[in-house]
Design a protein around this ligand. Structure first.
Ligand code: ADP
Length: 374
């Protein structure tokens, strides 16, 4: 068995994209993958097949390795504590990761820190929800992603599915937001932080569709408030690695925290091609306790558009088409089977003119999604 520098739990595209800077830095990753051919297992030779909810499998991937980091936030906290007790360093640690795993814990902690959040409450019964008021956004505290476990509820009857799910629930006010922003920072164990430009993230059907960096026309004071918020949350929660703070910019110019992600995040994929140091490299540097790299942009604008499974089912066949049509688009494919709506890749274009960059990035993504430059 090779001498790995770090273990990564979860074989999705985030782990896959960590491998590129790991190659450059000479860091050997040992992967715990869900199967032999999942996205990251295709590119990381030292892959163990196993289940992130099984402690023995986590112990196997961590054997002889100091640092353990993650492709996702679903490793049970008690297993993370067991790894820590056995002398490994899960980064971020279980005390931090909890706030990315559980939306109720996150809301309670952020409220305690005085961080601006939507009005919220735990709701156990339809009566609790009625007392909270409508419209509301009801969320499962655990296990949701990409809009799953989130219900917009305008009247009591619409909450039936949420209550039937059996999940622990919170209700939030339905925020009338202008747009969604994301503030990302990388943080080392010693507290060193680097903040990325604050970006605008545009969702379709609860899934991130495109990201513009930096957020166009963002008030400078609001941008620094967002970055400060992310730095403060990272410090207060003792996050190590990348932290993404998803924010709402309200119609009246305030920031509210939506949720936290403690790993590289879809809203930071632009940084692979658009920043001096990508979020994946800084995640590795942070968890390995190495000096962080600058997060400055390489060009005035970067636009990332997700490739979500659509009419195009054979991405290989479309590759020459997109590369020929938009040669300067940076295409990232994740090696995943195309299924409707599934994130199977992304495209980034960087440049000086936002309208051009946006048009080219959308065109390239459309060629990989619908098969024509929609
Ligand atoms: P997930 O964990 O699935 O990403 P989120 O909590 O981020 O769930 O919610 C998904 C999307 O639902 C958000 O990106 C946003 O568009 C919308 N949303 C979430 N909470 C609210 C809210 N309180 N008010 C208005 N829209 C919301």
């Amino acid at each position: 068995m090779s001498h790995a520098h770090l273990a990564v739990v979860g074989g999705g595209q985030l782990a896959r994209m960590m491998q590129q800077p790991a190659i450059a830095l000479g860091l050997r990753i040992r992967l715990l993958a869900e199967g032999p051919d999942v996205s990251a297992a295709q590119v990381i030779a030292d892959s163990i097949i196993g289940d992130h909810t099984v402690l023995a499998d986590l112990e196997a991937v961590a054997e002889g390795v100091g640092v353990v980091t993650f492709d996702h936030e679903h490793v049970p906290p008690e297993h993370l504590r067991a790894l820590a007790d056995a002398g490994h360093a899960p980064r971020p640690g279980p005390h931090a990761l909890l706030y990315a795993q559980d939306k109720g814990e996150m809301r309670a902690r952020l409220t305690g820190l005085g961080t601006p959040c939507p009005r919220w409450a735990f709701v156990e019964t339809p009566g609790d929800l009625a007392a909270f008021g409508f419209p509301a956004v009801v969320k499962a505290t655990r296990g949701g992603y990409d809009g799953k476990g989130v219900w917009v509820v305008r009247e009591a009857a619409e909450a039936a599915e949420a209550f039937a799910s059996g999940a622990r629930l919170i209700a939030e006010e339905l925020v009338d937001f202008r747009r969604e922003l994301s503030a990302q920072v990388a943080r080392r164990p010693n507290g060193e932080v680097v903040a990325y430009p604050v970006v605008e993230s545009r969702q379709a059907g609860g899934v991130c569709a495109e990201v513009v960096s930096p957020a166009p026309d963002l008030d400078a004071a609001l941008a620094s408030e967002a970055a400060d918020l992310a730095e403060r949350i990272a410090a207060e929660l003792d996050v190590v690695g990348m932290l993404a703070v998803e924010l709402f910019e309200t119609a009246d110019g305030r920031l509210l925290v939506n949720e936290l992600a403690m790993r590289p995040h879809n809203t930071g994929h632009w940084s692979i091609d658009g920043a001096v140091t990508s979020q994946f490299e800084n995640h590795l540097r942070a968890v390995m306790d190495l000096p962080l790299g600058p997060a400055d942009p390489l060009a005035p604008w970067s636009v990332m558009v997700n490739v979500l499974g659509g009419a195009v089912t054979d991405l290989d066949a479309q590759l020459p088409v997109v590369l020929g049509d938009v040669p300067h688009a940076k295409v990232h494919l994740y090696g995943k089977a195309v299924k409707p709506g599934r994130k199977v890749g992304h495209v980034t274009v960087v440049g000086d003119d936002l309208a051009d960059v946006l048009a080219d990035a959308r065109r390239a993504a459309a060629l990989l999604t619908v098969g024509s430059p929609a």
